[in-house]
Design a protein around this ligand. Structure first.
Ligand SMILES: C[S@@+](CC[C@H](N)C(=O)[O-])C[C@H]1O[C@@H](n2cnc3c(N)ncnc32)[C@H](O)[C@@H]1O
Length: 324
């Protein structure tokens, strides 16, 4: 008993060291957060999150992240030009194959072939390759990326390398269902199937051509934010903020090329700060099973109908707005 208490105490010590390193790193790279910090704490909904370090007022800018610190394909291409060349050759090969299929598809749909669609998304694989390269080359981002973590049935499935094993997949579906019993197992199975198919495509297209890791790919997906239809980013510090159906922060992109997290309400000191990753409410204000299923499988976050009673107008707040 004494030994396990000591072990627990020392792991808290180690985590707070890690938090201190990360908070100091943010300030070194120009991320400004005078009223917020990362904390590993049992008070956080996920064991680690971002907390206010002073009383914050509605409309206050809580965190400001310069554009150059964001992990985007655009920034990475400038920081890692050799890898960008390798990635673009994989991209070109993929496009040739797909453009043939795409031409048929567009002809069937009577759409112009130039119309963009989401199946062109390369960002998860490319950002994963850049994140691995950053660690390998000890780029300043490595301090941040080495702290990424995710703990849920999908990540466990991938990490124990059994994501192609039917029995392990069934266990993951059952584990997800235990987390959110209101979401039917068949829907969880379908959503997980889509994720695993993406992983299969990623693995076959990129392995042995550029740095790959199925584990990091999954973790990265749960930390990224969509900036437009086909552009996504992982933003340091923003990616440490947990989800709530009642967010107290909103993300904005300002004219000075910084991402800003703005307080949506007055927030007392030492409160956990939250964003809404995804609303689980449909257009009629009802809890939506399909959306809840995606929140569960994509981020490992459960939700239920009872959440509806807590939801404020903030839940409908657009994740990215432009500040004028
Ligand atoms: C963008 S990260 C947030 C930071 C993360 N807690 C960390 O320590 O790195 C997203 C992951 O955090 C966890 N998470 C976020 N919000 C959560 C919530 N409300 N309940 C449970 N887990 C949550 C999930 O594992 C999710 O995939």
């Amino acid at each position: 008993m004494k030994a396990s208490l000591l072990l627990f105490a020392s792991s808290i010590g180690r985590n707070s060291d890690k938090d201190a390193i990360f908070n100091a790193w943010c300030s070194e790279v120009g991320i400004s957060c005078p009223g917020a910090e990362v904390r590993s704490s049992s008070e956080s909904v996920a064991g680690r999150g971002v907390f206010s370090t002073k009383d914050l007022s509605i409309g206050e800018e809580v965190i400001s992240i310069p554009h150059y610190a964001a992990l985007t394909q655009y920034n990475c291409a400038a920081y890692f030009p050799d890898l960008e060349r390798e990635l673009s050759s994989v991209r070109d090969k993929g496009n040739t194959k797909r453009s043939y299929l795409k031409r048929i598809w567009h002809r069937m749909k009577r759409r112009p072939t130039s119309e963009k669609s989401n199946d062109d998304e390369t960002w998860p694989a490319e950002l994963t390759a850049y994140a691995l390269e950053a660690i390998e080359t000890e780029h300043p981002w490595s301090t941040w990326i080495s702290q990424w973590k995710r703990d849920d049935p999908l990540q466990n499935l991938v990490d124990i390398s059994s994501w192609r094993n039917d029995d392990a997949i069934r266990v993951a579906v059952a584990d997800f269902h235990k987390m959110a019993p209101a979401v039917p197992e068949c829907k969880i199975g379908a959503a997980l199937g889509i994720r695993l198919h993406e992983l299969e495509v990623y693995s076959s297209r990129y392995t042995n051509k550029v740095p790959t890791s199925e584990s990091l790919y999954c973790t990265l997906m749960s930390r990224a934010v969509g900036l437009s239809d086909s552009v996504a980013a992982v933003l340091p510090m923003h990616d440490m903020i947990n989800h709530s159906p009642n967010p107290n922060l909103g993300l904005a992109f300002a004219e000075d090329e910084t991402f800003k997290l703005i307080a949506l309400e007055n927030i007392p000191k030492d409160s956990e700060l939250f964003l809404s990753y995804k609303t689980v409410i449909d257009d009629n204000g009802k809890w939506d099973e399909d959306k809840a299923c995606w929140l569960l499988v994509h981020w490992g976050i459960p939700s239920s109908q009872s959440e509806m009673s807590q939801v404020t107008d903030h839940a409908f707040y657009k994740n990215v707005m432009s500040l004028r």
